[in-house]
Design a protein around this ligand. Structure first.
Ligand SMILES: Cc1cc2nc3c(=O)[nH]c(=O)nc-3n(C[C@H](O)[C@H](O)[C@H](O)COP(=O)(O)O)c2cc1C
Length: 141
């Protein structure tokens, strides 16, 4: 079975919740590992065909704080044969809504990853509408 990894960073739990829904859908087609970015190493990514990164946005359009080290280390691995996509939560009242999703998506593209879809961005708490939309996003990857 093809292998997928979901690496997420979440301060108050919203993106973590989203990552659980993403995992639920992916398990139909992939052998899935879901891991908090605090515990993740970039070397791990080599074992997987599909890489999904999930981060909320903090500061002014910045990465969730736990993501920085992982992000900085991404240049050390060859991801050029991989597929990927990015998701995250934010708040539309901020000027850079879900800026972390854009940062991570640009990084994956720079590293030669085939980004399968535009990043999934969700405003606020995870409700049934979020669940429906993210499920649809994952199914179409
Ligand atoms: C101090 C602060 C700064 C934030 N900055 C942004 C931002 O620049 N852009 C954005 O879209 N959301 C921003 N947010 C909203 C969070 O990203 C949002 O609450 C998110 O759902 C938190 O997800 P998490 O629980 O996974 O960390 C900010 C929230 C706080 C409290």
């Amino acid at each position: 079975m093809t292998k997928a990894i979901i690496v997420y960073g979440s301060t108050t739990g919203n993106t973590e919740e989203l990552s659980e829904i993403v995992e639920g859908v992916l398990t139909d087609k992939y052998e899935v590992k879901r891991i908090n970015v605090i515990k993740a190493e970039v070397e791990m990514l080599k074992e997987f065909d599909l890489i999904l990164l999930g981060s909320s946005t903090w500061g002014s359009g910045e990465l969730q704080e736990d993501f920085y080290e992982f992000y900085d280390n991404l240049d050390e691995v060859d991801l050029s044969a991989k597929q990927g996509a990015v998701f995250g939560t934010g708040d539309e009242s901020f000027p850079e809504f879900c800026g972390a999703v854009d940062i991570l998506e640009d990084k994956l593209k720079d590293l030669g990853v085939n980004v399968l879809a535009e990043g999934f961005k969700w405003d606020g708490d995870i409700n049934t509408e979020a669940e429906k939309q993210v499920e649809n996003w994952v199914e179409n990857l």
